[in-house]
Design a protein around this ligand. Structure first.
Ligand code: ATP
Ligand code: MG
Length: 251
């Protein structure tokens, strides 16, 4: 059996009196590609931040690589945050933003080794031409790729992506998807990704978590994407959702 990378049991998180995650259990193994799907405010970002050690649980246990999140070495985890929480007006350049992925700080010494690694990862992500571009001049899709490059600079064993393709029509139609799969294979990375793109989750992930404060369903995409589960997750009738992609598969 493959190694456990993330083990969460009975996790509850509160903001003040408000319960945001209620007794969540989750198990992610090495090289899994887990997608997390759920409604706005359903606790997806909070779960990601708890795995990163940025949010303290009220109760329950969280282990990442067998350790408490705050004890995990920075270089082992890559993180692409939800873009709406990012201040795009910051006056930095692409290569500087990517370099911050090395140490997690804006202030860094750009020595030859780091400069070389920045160039390599920009090239892998097809971003060489944007190296000296101001961040606030990038398109949404370009910015997503820059954050992906940043998250991969240390070849992390675990990558957390919080809606990395918002603003791109569907992930499956873009080369973002190929890029992610290529990086995963090259670096043997386990991926956890929040997405609203059900079709992508259905075809590309090894397991899906439907989350609405509690776990509604967790398992293989074919088992999880049922009308009943979607109704429980989103609170309205499943057939209002566009599930054509599942029907197409069954034709
Ligand atoms: N720091 C905070 N303080 C208080 N409440 C918060 C905080 N962060 C999140 N919340 C609340 O917790 C709930 C879950 O938020 P979260 O960002 O995890 O949802 P989400 O599933 O990622 O939603 P979205 O799809 O909109 O990104 C929301 O009701 C949100 O308002
Ligand atoms: Mg979110």
């Amino acid at each position: 059996m493959k190694d456990p990378i993330v083990e969460i049991s009975e996790l509850s998180v509160f903001f003040g009196k408000y319960c945001v995650l209620n007794k969540v259990d989750l198990f992610v193994r090495s090289l899994d590609f887990l997608t997390i799907v759920g409604p706005n405010g359903g606790g997806k970002t909070t779960l990601i931040k708890t795995i990163l050690g940025l949010v303290e649980p009220e109760s329950g246990s969280v282990r990442v690589f067998g350790k408490k999140p705050c004890s995990v070495a920075y270089k082992n985890i890559g993180y692409v945050p939800q873009i709406k929480t990012i201040d795009r007006s910051f006056p930095g350049k692409v290569y500087e933003l990517v370099a911050t992925g090395w140490s997690g700080r804006w202030k860094f010494a750009l020595n030859d080794v780091l400069r070389q690694r920045v160039k390599e990862v920009l090239s892998t992500c097809g971003l060489e031409h944007l190296e000296d571009r101001q961040i606030n001049k990038l398109s949404g899709g370009e910015l997503q790729r820059v954050f992906l490059a940043r998250s991969f600079i240390r070849k992390p064993k675990l990558l957390l992506l919080d809606e990395p393709a918002t603003g791109i029509d569907t992930i499956a139609e873009t080369d973002f998807s190929f890029l992610l799969e290529k990086l995963q294979k090259e670096n043997q990375t386990t991926i956890i990704m929040v997405t609203h793109d059900w079709e992508y989750a259905y075809y590309h992930s090894t397991s899906v978590l439907l989350l609405n404060k509690s776990v509604v369903a967790l398992g293989k995409p074919q088992d999880v994407f049922t009308e009943e589960n979607l109704q429980k997750t989103f609170g309205h009738l499943g057939h209002e959702h566009n599930m054509d992609f599942i029907l197409r598969k069954d034709d």
